[in-house]
Design a protein. Structure first.
Length: 524
């Protein structure tokens, strides 16, 4: 009959299905919308990744940077290096990087849901909890390789659980592919994957009385691809991170990381969110239970977070990354047995998630002008200059750190050497410029140098400065001072040529005969 259809209409759709559909649309929109509002997401390390991708794309072309060289090998943590450059030659570096960032967000959300589905046979808790952790501290600092790798790890965990009762050759094949992909994406994501499936298998052995022989086969299956991969890396002359770089373990530091986890830009918002979440959990604790392997996975991940140092294998903020990963994995093993309790919990989690997303959008929008002004300031730099990055800020403000590494984009826009550019396996300074490597600090992190330190060096008041800063006023051509504008601290040495509320650009005035308009590396 005319006007009739077999398709379900919105009016006839069950209310629960409508709510789930709307929740899914809202979550996926929240995962992509903040990034779609801006050209460059305002994250601490994001400009570093952009600069690195520009170097990758221009390598071997007439427009390649004169200071940096590309050295390929079988290194870990290369997700962006593998995926972005081929597509960037057609779509541009900025667009390709942003699309991969959005895709990583979607991997995190859907991966968390996939684990819950494999554990419970349905998706309930992770719909909003995944969104709640999407803009937590390590993920809003712009660790893009880790973010993509963690998304892959979540799906790999779900795949392992899917073949829990399958034949081991099939499981071994899928596991081997996951190990290789995760190693290339990010080694810490591989570690989180291995720890999670290992805890799940231990639970199966004790709770389901699995045969010892079958359990041994499973663990050999888990370990073999890792051993083979590490052997191939050594044979190929690649890098195996066996050296530990530990800066210390701090219980108070871990407590602070816990309270600051939810929001990457506001300690107050994060603390309020966690208090609200804890209150609703305590109020409904009788209706919450741990299911399946969660009896080992949850305490195991908590123990891993507590045991981890802040730095491991030269990877910073390891412990807080483990904590963030737990936020995507743990909800799969938590069951809410009462419908009213489930609604209360969902309401609080959703409120936290969307409040945090709105705040992220606000912060990122506030940086649109800052990043545009930064790009415009690159026109004032002589091509092939040496650029030092300092800071006028003497406090730590989460919402202001995204400006710290914006000057690294001068690597592309001005063919410059930038002191705060984070060198990575596969990208290094050419030998004649390695004395200017900004990683010559205690933590080997090229952070902006405090203006007070630069002033003390220039006035011969500091004898133990990092090597790359000892003659900064002679070695570098320009100084970007990120942070609020301050009066020129060294007027006899610095000439202010660009001012913005979040940064100031100075030309360094060298002694007579060197010429301030001539880049240092071109001088005789």
């Amino acid at each position: 009959m005319s006007g009739q259809t077999d398709e379900p209409t919105l009016a006839l759709m069950p209310r629960s299905m409508m709510l789930k559909s709307l929740a899914g649309i809202a979550v996926f929109t929240g995962a992509a919308l903040p990034a779609l509002l801006v050209d460059i997401p305002a994250m601490l390390d994001y400009p570093n990744y952009l600069a690195r991708m520009y170097l990758r794309v221009s390598s071997g072309t007439p427009s390649e940077n004169p200071f940096y060289q590309i050295n390929w090998a079988l290194y870990p943590n290369l997700a962006m290096d593998i995926l972005v450059p081929p597509a960037a030659r057609f779509a541009g570096v900025e667009l390709t990087t942003k699309l991969l960032y959005i895709f990583s967000n979607l991997l995190l959300v859907t991966g968390s849901m996939a684990i819950e589905y494999r554990v419970k046979g349905k998706v309930i808790v992770s719909v909003f909890t995944s969104m709640m952790f999407l803009y937590c501290i390590p993920l809003t600092w712009g660790f893009l390789n880790f973010q993509f790798g963690l998304g892959l790890a979540l799906w790999a965990i779900a795949a392992w659980l899917s073949f829990a009762n399958g034949q081991w050759p099939c499981r071994a094949l899928i596991h081997s592919i996951a190990v290789f992909a995760l190693f290339l994406a990010h080694s810490l994501a591989l570690g989180i994957y291995g720890a999670s499936i290992g805890l799940c298998e231990l639970w199966r052995f004790f709770a389901k009385r699995s045969a010892l022989q079958a359990t041994l086969v499973t663990f050999v299956t888990m370990a073999a691809p890792v051993i083979i991969l590490l052997s191939l890396i050594v044979a190929a002359g690649g890098s195996v991170p066996f050296g530990w770089t530990i800066t210390g373990w701090s219980g108070s530091g871990k407590l602070l990381e816990f309270w600051n986890l939810i929001s990457g830009y506001s300690i107050a918002l994060s603390s309020i969110s966690i208090v609200l979440l804890l209150l609703v959990i305590i109020a409904n604790r009788r209706h919450l239970s741990i299911v399946g392997a969660g009896v080992l996975v949850l305490p195991g991940l908590a123990g891993l977070f507590l045991a981890m140092p802040s730095w491991l294998f030269d990877v910073p903020f390891v412990d807080v990354r483990v904590l963030a990963a737990s936020g995507f994995i743990a909800p799969a093993f938590i069951s809410v047995t009462d419908q009213q309790a489930a609604r209360r919990l969902a309401l609080v989690v959703a409120a936290i998630a969307f409040t945090n997303t709105a705040h992220v959008s606000h912060v990122w929008l506030s940086y649109r002008d800052s990043y545009r002004s930064m790009k415009s300031s690159f026109d004032l730099l002589k091509k092939g200059s040496l650029v030092l990055v300092g800071t006028s800020r003497d406090d730590f403000n989460l919402s202001e750190v995204p400006i710290n590494h914006a000057p690294t984009l001068a690597v592309h826009y001005a063919d410059a050497l930038v002191s705060s550019f984070f060198l990575f396996p596969g990208v290094n300074l050419r030998p004649e410029f390695r004395h200017l490597d900004g990683r010559q600090t205690i933590h080997r992190t090229p952070a902006p140098a405090p203006i007070g330190v630069l002033e003390a060096i220039a006035r011969n008041r500091l004898s133990n400065a990092p090597a790359f800063l000892r003659d900064w006023h002679l070695d570098f051509d320009y100084l970007y001072l990120v942070g609020p504008h301050v009066a020129n601290p060294i007027p006899e040495l610095l000439e202010e040529i660009a001012v913005h509320e979040r940064f100031t650009l100075y030309r360094i005035m060298h002694s007579a005969g060197s010429g301030p308009d001539t880049p240092n590396f071109l001088r005789n």
